[in-house]
Design a binder for this molecule. Sequence first.
Ligand code: PLP
Length: 482
Amino acid sequence: MPDELHMNPEEFRDLGRKLLDYIADYRERVGNLPVLSRVGPGEVAAKLPKEPPACGDSLEGILEDIDEIVMPGITHWQSPGFFGYYPSNSSLPAVLAELLCAGLGVQGMSWVTSPACTELEVRVLDWLAKIIGLPASFRSDSTGGGGVIHGTASEAVLAVMVAARERAKAAEGAGGELTAYCSSQAHSSLAKAAAICGLGAENLRQVEVGRELAIDPGALEAVIEADRAAGRTPFFICATVGTTSSCAIDPVAELGRISRSCGAWLHVDAAYAGSACVCPEFRSMIDGVELADSFNCNPHKWLLTTFDCSTLWVSDRDSFTRALSVTPEYLRSSQGDSGAVIDYRDWQIPLGRRFRSLKLWFVLRWYGIEGLQAFIREQVRLAELFEGLVGRHEGFELAAPRHLGLVCFRFRGSDAENRRLLEEINSGGEIFLTHTVLPMGDAERYVLRFATGSIATREEHVARAWEIIESLAPAAPPGASS
Ligand SMILES: *Cc1c(COP(=O)(O)O)cnc(C)c1O
């Protein structure tokens, strides 16, 4: 094998600087690029050679292709004009931590495969639990709790659903079809988890919501009662704190009471909204969380930490890991066998795992609690500002109460007009919004979503966004609604 096969550290030093410059330049100019990629289906693929490269190339050659082939196909999530979906923050301290993570190249499936990978994760999750105000029972220094980083909220809910099923099956007198509950507004990952773990869609009840699109606890109790009368066993309830569509907030305390009375596992899905709990003034939305068995939020959405970083806490780690722990001989270690250490492979679906706590640690240390709070508060303030602009315009209306950084609104016109308005807004390239459909009165309405939270967004960008939206709105008689 020739020595020159690999990039040597000296070359890496030099080329690495070039790549860091490339990223820094990108972040400086990202606000001037059309937010939503303009390529059509197949356009990127058409520029890529059909045949794999026979011989190696230089970094310059690769970067040229990044500029010409990849960049046009990028939607700029870190742009100040990105108001679509929910944000996917990638702060620069987290980017550096990703580089370090790859540079160390650790695979942390067991404590023994890199003790720091496990122990830093344990400590950082204990910190974050404190920062967002979770009860002590979720921390590793409590009798039974602890936290773990998953790739996504979808993996987290699948893992806890499996653990809940194991717990229910082991319970005395369990019988009948196991049944899970969430609201009709819960994330699609609930249905996917039910499908993957073999529960089946017919055993996941999507309970109706009340006026503010949060689950109706009375309706949940009625469904559970009917199921139990029919011999079913409720084993899992998901409370969504901040639904994906409209950021509706299920009443955690009431769902906690219901889950305790029927023995079901209560999972709290706060994928987006959970990050806002770094500010004490937003924590009332998780009141009752001490009744939950698991809590999940995504720092990779709104807490400045590059995708993927989804933090999951459980209050009873034994019933969690019992369901997920399978230890073949070749992974046995004296430390793991003695129970003296955490082997995170037992806390997740895959075996292997990256050193993801590095990026959360970089973020927590770089920003500090004060910095995280300042970021969230400012992005909520910007959403309030936008809400005010919508509210003062007679041609527009709010489609749901604003929670945190999400404003759901619509032009007072037909769904078709709103659809066209969104297309025009996005084709301009300066800003990007997405849509949803929400019940309003007796009808389902096409609604525009405006989510702040992109790290570069400032007041001037929100003002400009409103200017664009207002200028594109069809002229309609005030108060008209079709
Ligand atoms: C975004 C979101 C999810 C899914 O997050 P992933 O990490 O991409 O799986 C789940 N639940 C809610 C409420 C969300 O907003």
